[in-house]
Structure formats: C-alpha cells, structure tokens
Design a protein around this ligand. Structure first.
Ligand code: GUN
Length: 281
C-alpha cells in the first residue's frame, strides 16, 4: 500500500511555487499578495490562518491577515473587500469560514472579485469550473486531485465515487474528476447503499465529516482512497475513512493528519500565484 504523504508532496509543491515566485519577481518586479480576513477567535480558524500565513511567507508571497472581532458589522467586511478588490498589490483575497451568524456568507463570497477569489467559491468561478473554462478551483479538492494524479496520471474511464456533496469539496471534486474523463458518482446522506456504491470505485474521495465511515469491506482491491475528513473523537483526530482496515485493501491512501491538509494550504498559494499571473496577462 502506498501511503500518500501529503506533507512531502506539499513541500515539493511549495518548492516549485517558491521558484515560480522568484521568476515572477524578476519578470514583473513585484510578488503576488494574499490577504486573509479572519473574523472571531475560533481556534481551528486561527490555526488554519496561521499556517496559511507561514506557508505564504515561505514561498515568498506578500501576505497579510486582517482580524476582526466576531461582533464586526457585515458592512465593514464588505467595504474592506471592495478596498482589496481595488488594490493592485493584492492578487488573492480569502475570507476564512465559518462566519458569525449575522454575516451573510454568500454576500461576502460574491463581493470578492472573481479574479481574486483564491477559494474558487464565487459563482462565476463555480460556473467556469463546471463549464470546463479557466477558473480558480477550491483548494481542498485541487489538493486531492493533484495527489490522485501523482498515483495515477491517466484517470480516463476510471470509476470515481465522491462521498459528500458540499460546495467546498464534493461538487468541485466531481468537476475535476469529470474533466479527467472519470465516470463520477456523487453520494450523500440519502444515498441508499453507500457501501455498494463505494465497492464499484477505482477512486474514492471521502468528504462527509463522519468519523471512519468508509470501512475496509467498502473498498475494492487496489482502489485509491482520499480522506478529506478531520473529526475530533474520543480516540483523537480521525478521518472519514477507517484507516487501518482500508490500508489493507487500497492501493494508495491518505493519512489524517498529514494527507489532504498540507496540500490544501499549498494549493491556496498556487491559486494566489495563478490569480497574479492571470492579472498580468
Ligand atoms: N474554512 C475551512 N476550509 C476553508 C477554505 O477552504 N476556505 C475558507 N475561506 N475557509 C475555510
């Protein structure tokens, strides 16, 4: 079984991106800039944002985190986004989710200009991705996609099962696999026989947030299994895949932690650089 080392792959990707930033600096005499907006003091968000900033600095991007208390008014955030939209030195804008209840998430997402939407959440980017046009692609599914391609460069005709239909993961993951000519099944909480669906798959991407849902006897021999879940349980941090069981049948599997997580952050940096490059065209 191949243990897909997300940490190592992310480090390799960051090294490539660092080189690219250095070349862009020579060519344009400036570097891509990423601004992250963080609202409130939720611990997981604080940790994610700290990691994003650290990685951005490591590859030579200009990065800034703007923090607000969770009582901040929606208008303050929308005005700040408008200001960043109009600032030429900012290539990418990310508003860390989740947001406090009084702030309309969709309004925030739609205020970010699509060309700086490093999350790929703006309806314009969602539409472009599903139409097969150039777009920002959400970081987590992009990271999953790159890991799958490392294991199996030719995905044409493969059967993929995506477990979970979220806008963050399941739906964009499906689009990426479709572009590679996979036959994709999207499953979710109302799917009648999830085990039977998974048993058909050459590739499984589990992104539902249910601890160890995907069992060893749900997985076909030599399938590639990507675990997007991060669930806190009494037994510590576990994914959506029963790791020990599945590792006995799968061809390749991502661990939790150290799988999808580091690649997600590296892909945010990639998206920031890609937004910068498109803006220079
Ligand atoms: N919170 C958890 N994951 C994400 C993500 O990919 N983007 C943003 N903006 N917030 C998140």
């Amino acid at each position: 079984m191949i243990l897909i080392d997300g940490k190592k792959l992310a480090a390799e990707l960051r090294e490539e991106l660092k080189q690219e930033v250095s070349e862009l600096k020579t060519k344009y005499n400036k570097v891509p800039g990423l601004t992250v907006i963080l609202i409130g003091d939720m611990a997981p968000s604080q940790i994610y944002v700290r990691n994003k900033e650290k990685s951005a600095n490591e590859v030579g991007l200009k990065s800034e985190v703007i923090k607000y208390p969770d009582t901040v008014e929606e208008k303050t955030i929308l005005d700040k986004i408008e200001e960043l939209n109009n600032n030429d030195s900012i290539s990418g804008i990310l508003v860390q989710l989740p947001l406090p209840k009084h702030i309309d998430k969709q309004k925030v997402i739609e205020t970010i200009t699509p060309s700086k939407d490093v999350d790929g959440f703006h309806p314009m980017n969602v539409g472009n991705l599903s139409s097969g046009y150039e777009s920002s692609v959400p970081c987590t599914p992009l990271g999953c996609y790159l890991m799958i391609k490392k294991i199996e460069p030719n995905l044409s005709g493969k059967k993929a099962v995506v477990v979970g239909r979220s806008n963050l993961n399941g739906k964009p993951m499906t689009q990426l696999l479709l572009k590679e000519n996979c036959t994709v099944t999207i499953t979710h909480s109302r799917t009648k026989d999830l085990k039977a669906e998974c048993l058909e798959a050459d590739i499984i991407v589990a992104a539902v947030g249910i601890p160890e849902l995907v069992k060893g006897d749900w997985v076909k021999k030599d399938a590639i299994v990507i675990d997007v879940g991060i669930n806190k349980t009494e037994n510590g941090l576990v994914g959506d895949v029963a790791f020990d069981e599945v590792s006995k049948v799968a061809k390749a599997l991502t661990p939790v932690p150290g799988g999808v997580g580091p690649m997600t952050i590296a892909c945010l940096l990639k998206n920031t650089i890609d937004c910068f490059k498109r803006s220079q065209k």
